[in-house]
Design a protein around this ligand. Structure first.
Ligand code: S3P
Ligand code: PEP
Length: 424
């Protein structure tokens, strides 16, 4: 685990203007790594993310028998016979939910464990799904990490019905390994409402299809993956748009402008929703040849928004809401209680401790802006809580984020990028 590192958040004395080149998407990198490990030929990930979550994924797949090697900025993955091993999931939802379905294909036991916070994250739905697909799992009845997947070298697959209300990653994990299951998978979500984070599920379907896998989506909440080979080849990785959030927020809060080069014209990334969300808060958002340009006025309009599909943007948006001119409501995000930390409780606690006026709802937050004071902002080992603290610190002097190093989960050098943007 990273060593916690207290960090005085810099205030912005003037409008920030800058260009922020973001490294590759965590979600794309880790899906492509998993598919590469079950492919029939090598895959080149072009400009993948190298951060804690993706290094853990590469390590997990190496432990199961794949070769992942550096080639300049790229990663080249050569699939190998899948074998038993040990997997450290860290705090990565993608590692703890995407690798166990692959482990069922290994010829031997695969033992999974992760960080202290990872042992709190929901896993029972996935373990249930694995068992329905014919995989034996030993979790001592915990329904959480640690557990052992008893790989036998093949998985029957077939019909699986689970309630994926707590995380879309249960769906994505089961779909990604399914082309290698004897019968593929016919997966059905049994929950009352839709699966959260729809764009992430679409991303899963898209990367499978790009690898030549036949995927059908006969009705909302139902997916069929036909058994068959997974193709290797070259796979470009888009910049991580969700990680653009704190940097673009700086443009709004300071009345500056921030450009993100390489913003894709079409994408399944949840972060693409920032264009509409930031515009609703008063930003001028433009797609230009240089990339996405966001200009702020220095004042942020309060907003009422359902973030069910794009929950990972919540910490940054909550920070913006706390600095806005009018109240905001963030709803539809009960599943965030199973993220890196319970983000609803964490945001309410941290903003309240600084003098904020926040109501914690079962599935969201209402934030009524008022002047905040400095103090410690606890990150709870959560990269997005840490960067939300940095956004609050732009306006509020004396904020110290207790653990800025946890941003390395998905960004190799957040403090350096932040300081460069602020002209430090
Ligand atoms: O599949 C993925 O890459 C992700 C899916 C989402 O998870 P949830 O559906 O659990 O929110 C998202 O919040 C997470 O950051 C990444
Ligand atoms: C929820 C997140 O991560 P994870 O992939 O660990 O679930 C996130 O990055 O906001």
């Amino acid at each position: 685990m990273h060593p916690a590192q207290p960090w005085p958040a810099p205030t912005a004395d003037s409008a920030v203007h800058g260009t922020v080149a973001l490294p590759g998407s965590k979600s794309l990198t880790n899906r492509l790594l998993v598919l590469a490990a079950v492919a029939e030929s090598p895959t080149r990930l072009v400009a993948p993310l190298r951060a804690r979550d993706t290094l853990l994924m590469a390590g997990a797949l190496r432990s199961l028998g794949a070769e992942v090697s550096d080639d300049g900025a790229d990663w080249v993955v050569t699939p190998g016979a899948l074998r038993g091993g040990d997997v450290d999931t860290g705090l990565a939802g993608t590692v703890m939910r995407f690798v166990p379905p692959v482990a069922g294909l290994a010829a031997g036991d695969v033992a999974f464990d992760g960080d202290a916070y990872a042992r709190e994250r929901p896993m029972a739905t996935l373990l249930d799904g694995l068992r329905q697909a014919g995989i034996e799992v030993n979790d001592a009845g915990r329904g959480r990490l640690p557990f052992v997947v008893r790989g036998t070298g093949s998985v029957p697959g077939g019909t699986v019905r689970v309630d994926a209300s707590a995380s879309s990653q249960f769906v994505s994990g089961l779909l990604l390994a399914a082309p290698r299951y004897d019968k593929g998978i016919e997966l059905e979500h049994s929950g009352d409402g839709p699966v959260p984070s729809q764009p992430h599920v679409e991303m899963t379907v898209q990367v499978l299809r790009a690898a030549g896998v036949e995927v059908e989506t006969p009705a909302p909440g139902r997916w069929t993956v036909v058994p068959g080979p997974v193709a290797g080849g070259d796979r470009p990785v888009e910049p991580d748009l969700s990680n653009a959030a704190p940097f673009l927020a700086a443009a709004l809060v300071t009345g500056g402008s921030v450009t993100v080069p390489g913003w894709p014209t079409s994408t399944t990334q949840a972060g693409d929703a920032l264009r509409a969300l930031l515009a609703a808060m008063g930003a001028d958002v433009a797609s230009t040849d240089a990339g996405l340009v966001v200009r702020g006025t220095g004042s942020v309009a309060g907003f009422d928004v359902d973030l069910h599909d794009v929950g990972e943007l919540t910490p940054t948006l909550a920070a913006l809401a706390a600095l806005a001119d009018s109240p905001s409501t963030l709803r539809g995000i009960a599943h965030l209680r199973g993220h890196e930390t319970d983000r609803i409780a964490a945001l309410a606690a941290e903003l309240t401790a600084l003098g904020g006026d926040v109501t914690e709802e079962p599935d969201g937050l209402t934030i009524r802006p008022r002047p905040l004071r400095g103090g410690t902002w606890h990150a709870y080992a959560d990269h997005r809580m840490a960067t939300a603290g940095a956004v609050v610190g732009l306006r509020v002097p004396g904020i110290e984020v207790d653990d800025i190093a946890c941003t390395s989960k998905t960004l190799p050098d957040f403090p350096g990028m932040w300081s460069t943007l602020l002209g430090g």
